[in-house]
Design a protein around this ligand. Structure first.
Ligand SMILES: *Cc1c(COP(=O)(O)O)cnc(C)c1O
Length: 424
C-alpha cells in the first residue's frame, strides 16, 4: 500500500499523477462543490448523452417514428451487449441488454433450475442484494416449495462471507449457486474463478450478480467458465436512472437454456407472427418484450467514456482511491468512533467502502442536507462511499472526508431525526 499523507497538497499530487484525470471533463458536473460518493448507485451523466438524446427524441422518435426500428433500434440489445462484453471478459454472442437486473435474475435462475430439475438446493448468502434474495424466494414458492435456499452468513463483523461454510454447503443436490460478485454493503469481492470451480465440482451452475463490479472491477466470465451472469448498467456504467440491465449466458449452455418468460422478442422469428413459440438462438431468447429505446440510446452513449478509459486503468485508480479512503478513515475518522466496514486487502474489495458509526444514518442525513456530500446509508450502521474512478478526484475524496469529520466533530447530525426517509 502507498504511504499516504493527510494533506490536501498530497491529494492534488495524486490527481496530477492520475492518467484518467481528463475523463472528468466528459461528464456534466453542474455543481463542482458537490462531493458525489454515489457513482456506485447512480453514475454521473456523460455530456455526450444530452446531445444524443436530443437527436433521439427529435429525429429518431419525432421524425423517423416506427422506421426507427429498421434504423438500428431493433439490434440495440445485442449491439450494446457486445459493447459491455469488453468489460466482462465475454466473447461475442453471450451478452445482451434486457429488462432489469431483478428480472434477469428471475429468468436466469429459473433457467438454471430447469436445467437440473432433480436438484433442490440453491446456495446464496446474507451479503446478497435483498432483491436477489426476494426473487429466489418467489421462485421457490412458484415451483411448489420443493427447493431449499441456503444462505451463508459472515465469518466476521459482516465484512467477509464465510467461505468455508459456502464450500461445505454446496453439495450434489445443489442446482444453483448465486452470489453478488462485489457485495453491496462491505464491498467484499468473491474470487470468481475459485467459487465457480467450487460450484462446478459438485455439478452446480453458478450465476453471478455483477451490479457492483461491472465497470469498476475486471471480470473474466469466459476465462472463469461462468455459466450465467447479470448486472446493472446505471451504476459504474453510467447508463442513466433505471437503464436496462445486462445478462450473460455462456455459449456452452445457451442452446440448452430456456427463458421462463416466452415473450416475442425472445422468439426466433418475431415478425413471422407465428402462433407457437420457438426460442431465438443464443442469449436473444432471454429478451422479453419491446426494449425501452430512449433508455437504450442513453446507455449506449453513456458507457463510451468508460469503455475508452479501459477496465485495467479504472481498476488501478479504484484501488488507489479505496486505499486512500481507508487511510483517511483510519487517520481522521477512527478517533471519532468510525470503523472500516470493508476488507483491508484491496484484492478483496470493489470500488466502494463502508464506514461504520452508531450514528451513521443521521450523519448521512447531515452530509446530504448541509454539507453537499452524497454518500448513502445501508443499515444498520454503514455510511457507504462509492469511488467511481472515471470522474472522481483525489481532492474530492479529501474534501469529502474533511466534511464527514466536521459533521461528527461539530455534532451537526444531532438535529436530524433517526426516523428514516424512504430512500436512504
Ligand atoms: C443495484 C443492484 C440491483 C438492482 O436491481 P434492479 O432490478 O435494477 O432494481 C440488483 N442486484 C444487485 C447486487 C445490486 O447491487
Amino acid at each position: 500500500m502507498t504511504n499516504f499523507t493527510t494533506t490536501l497538497e498530497y491529494a492534488h499530487q495524486l490527481d496530477q499523477q492520475d492518467p484518467l484525470a481528463s475523463y472528468r471533463n466528459q461528464f456534466l458536473i453542474s455543481d463542482p462543490s458537490l462531493i458525489y460518493f454515489d457513482g456506485n448507485s447512480l453514475g454521473r451523466m456523460s455530456k455526450s448523452v444530452v446531445e444524443r438524446m436530443q437527436k433521439a427524441i427529435a429525429k429518431e422518435w419525432g421524425a423517423d417514428l416506427i422506421r426507427g426500428w429498421n434504423k438500428g433500434w431493433w439490434e440495440a440489445p445485442a449491439r450494446i451487449g457486445e459493447m459491455l462484453a469488453a468489460v466482462l471478459g465475454a466473447a461475442e454472442g453471450q451478452v445482451i441488454v434486457s429488462d432489469q437486473t431483478s428480472l434477469n435474475l428471475y429468468k436466469l435462475a429459473m433457467a438454471a433450475l430447469t436445467l437440473q430439475p432433480e436438484k433442490k438446493r440453491i446456495i446464496t448468502d446474507t451479503f446478497n442484494f435483498p432483491s436477489d434474495l426476494y426473487i429466489l424466494q418467489g421462485i421457490v414458492k412458484s415451483l411448489g416449495n420443493q427447493h431449499e435456499i441456503v444462505r451463508i452468513g459472515a465469518q466476521d463483523n459482516d465484512i467477509t462471507p464465510d467461505l468455508a461454510a459456502l464450500e461445505s454447503a454446496i453439495d450434489e443436490n445443489t442446482a444453483l449457486v448465486t452470489l453478488s460478485h462485489t457485495t453491496f454493503k462491505s464491498g467484499y469481492v468473491y474470487d470468481m474463478q475459485k467459487i465457480t470451480e467450487m460450484a462446478h465440482r459438485k455439478g452446480a451452475l453458478i450465476l453471478w450478480d455483477l451490479s457492483h463490479s461491472a465497470g469498476a472491477y475486471p471480470v473474466e466470465l469466459d476465462k472463469c467458465n461462468v455459466d450465467l451472469a447479470i448486472g446493472c448498467t446505471y451504476k459504474y456504467l453510467n447508463g442513466g436512472p433505471g437503464a436496462p440491465a445486462f445478462l450473460y449466458v455462456n455459449k456452452k449452455i445457451q442452446e440448452k437454456t430456456s427463458s421462463p418468460i416466452w415473450g416475442w422478442w425472445g422468439q426466433s422469428n418475431p415478425f413471422d407472427f407465428g402462433l407457437e413459440y420457438t426460442p431465438a438462438p443464443g442469449p436473444h431468447r432471454f429478451l422479453t418484450g419491446t426494449a425501452p429505446m430512449l433508455s437504450m440510446i442513453a446507455l449506449e452513449t453513456g458507457i463510451v467514456p468508460l469503455l475508452d478509459a479501459g477496465i485495467t486503468r479504472l481498476r488501478e485508480k479504484s484501488i488507489l482511491m479505496t486505499d486512500y479512503a481507508s487511510f483517511l478513515t483510519d487517520s481522521w475518522l477512527a478517533p471519532l468512533s468510525f470503523s472500516l466496514g470493508s476488507p483491508r486487502d484491496s484484492a478483496k474489495r470493489g470500488s466502494h467502502i463502508s464506514i461504520r458509526h452508531p450514528e451513521g444514518y443521521r450523519i448521512n442525513r447531515a452530509l446530504i442536507e448541509e454539507m453537499n456530500v452524497i454518500p448513502d446509508f445501508r443499515a444498520p450502521d454503514n455510511l457507504r462511499l462509492g469511488f467511481a474512478p472515471l470522474y472522481l478526484s483525489f481532492a474530492e475524496i479529501w474534501e469529502g472526508f474533511d466534511r464527514i469529520k466536521q459533521v461528527v466533530q461539530q455534532k451537526k447530525y444531532e438535529k436530524y431525526s433517526a426516523q428514516k426517509l424512504v430512500v436512504t
